[in-house]
Design a protein around this ligand. Sequence first.
Ligand code: MTE
Ligand code: MOS
Length: 754
Amino acid sequence: MSRLSERPVTAVVGEARPHESAALHVTGRALYTDDIALRTPYLLHAHPVCAPHAHAMITRLDPKPAYDVPGVVRVLTADDVPGINDAGTKHDEPLFPTEVMFHGQAVAWVLGESLEAARIGATAVEVDYEPLPSILTVVEAIEQESFQGAQPRLERGDVAAGLAGSTHVFEGEIDFAGQEHFYLETHASLATVDDDGQVFIQSSTQHPTETQEIVAHVLGIASHQVTVQCLRMGGGFGGKEMQPHGFAAVAALGARLTGRPVRVRLTRQQDMTMSGKRHGFHATWKVGFDDDGLLQALEATLTSDGGWSLDLSEPVLSRALCHVDNAYWIPHVRVDGRIARTHKTSQTAFRGFGGPQGMLVIEDILGRAAPVLGVPAHELRRRNFYVEGQATPYGQPVRHPDRLDRAWQQVLESSDFERRREEIARANAENPHRKRGLAITPVKFGISFNFTSFNQAGALVHVYKDGSVLINHGGTEMGQGLHTKMLQVAATALGLPIERVRLAPTRTDKVPNTSATAASSGADLNGAAVKNACEQIIARLAPVRAQLGVATTWEELVRTAYHERIQLWAAGFYKTEGLSWDAVAARGEPFKYFAYGVAAAEVSVDGFTGAYEVDRVDIVHDVGDSLSPLVDIGQIEGGFVQGVGWLTLEDLRWDVSDGPGRGRLTTPSASTYKLPSLSEMPADLRVTLLDRATEDGAVYGSKAVGEPPLMLAFSVREALREAVAAFRPPGESVELASPATPEAVFWAIEGGRD
Ligand code: MTE
Ligand code: MOS
């Protein structure tokens, strides 16, 4: 076992503890960025001037009339930008555009003494537009060859030969939707300047370092003049990996120009209208099976809907390509990926980061093919699992496939799968109007950033003279429990009760050059860095402990060490070893390990309306040796339900008519965009952590948990397909739209009736 994964006998990691801020969250005492803003004197409020066109040139922009509005202090336009007028890293995202690229895009910002003054001021800014033709759907983009970024190809073996040698060949296509993050806290930034013109930004950001870099380049100053702090986020889900930078830059620019604190906080409607979402995809595919239902070859083209600019679309696409196999061995593979440019928000990271989209393609294929192959879907899936010694299409050996087998077997048993399947078949035969469906699906998800350089992290650990400990690390807290885990790691590494350790907010002047808290790797990377810092301190204390004897208290040890002039603080660092990734060739071993999980879901569907309920879900998920079991179970439940929302409820719609509203998001609020809530929770949800699952390559034997459980939700989509099939003659392939809303389920049932 590696030093990194070894766990002492008495360890605070592994204890079931509540989230470190749980009490603050539920009593409303937890502070978020905008709470701090509203406690700040002399505050200015920013409001955007939003374009009413999906695509247009700005022919005139006159801020003057806004200054007649009482309370308006300053209008920010492109002329005010001292540095680079761009909010992204690809230089395709002008902060103040001359060409409008989506409906609702901000073309200027107004600062006011009150938000109301800024809002009225924004309506007074005069803007003339020359509307241009717009592209809204992926299908339109494909027809017009509107693409952006790289077009990678993932290839192994000889697809033509594989298809030729197959006894069953199927072709199909699917167009599936994206997803709104709907974090409870919308985008928020607060910027202040000091006497030296340095900028301090509090931002709801998953990537403080990149927020710092973008603010610096917009202002034309160096990174050491910009400090970004993230206290906590009320959810990020990937939506705050890149999207906060522009809002932070607006606040920072306003603060530099006025000398006053500036607050940007979007309303829900602005947030949904202006910020990027999960990529929807369009996929065409051809697949071959042999007589036993074993996959022989897959040929596919995946086109993601990137929206107006690239931001994270390229890495999201890479991860989609790396997950089209999900848990299945496919000897011959060729998958082409491309990114459509459309006149919509810039689609971005969202829990799973393309992985769910890649997996949806293969799970859809298996679900559609099973009845035609005459093999039950769960049996078809099981037969195609990876076995030891096989590698993914990009060349990474699949380590520990036996864990997937174990999780699968455990779910089959604990869910009483076979007996319920028979019982459901009997019940369905008797009930023509209400059918039940039961399905089981696997998840295999690669952990690490594909881009090798991002797999590094830092930490700063201070031991004060009284023996109390303050830790800082490069990760951000968005509700996922990272800080809870880091406190447990530090307490374990130092051998202290957790009460002796406190955690300070994430700041770029404490730990520099950090990666985004993303790719589920927050605990792996920062945990190893925290552990490293603690171990440096423990090593320095060892000679003092030898002098004083093992019975000495921590306080005495620290006091003595101080007087002996021993450094009581340390900076920790970690980089994940053994990774490689060639993005152009789409080959390498980009992942430290795979996280596995299995879910079985049962649904019941009403044949008259398509309305359905999720009646029971059984999950076994692999988190290695959990750092914090309560947190991990919360992540599994939350991820699963968020996935169910994406696949079955959440329905983003844009106005695709040729009318004046073309390009407008028509579902910009909670009243028009249906999210899963308590009433959509499965009536019976059973989550178990896979046992005997120590991960040798990660901190204290744990595994990442943030994203993989989202993809357990395929079980619900496949259960709906089973239920729809029960309304139709046996042996028919069932096509299901995504999201499989009650309406879509109704049409799937109808499709079989005529
Ligand atoms: N859980 C909560 N409560 N809120 C969030 O915003 N984001 C998810 C996941 N779980 C999120 C969450 C996403 S997209 C990722 S990548 C991981 O948490 C990031 O945190 P980690 O790396 O510490 O797991
Ligand atoms: Mo998560 S989508 O990697 O922020």
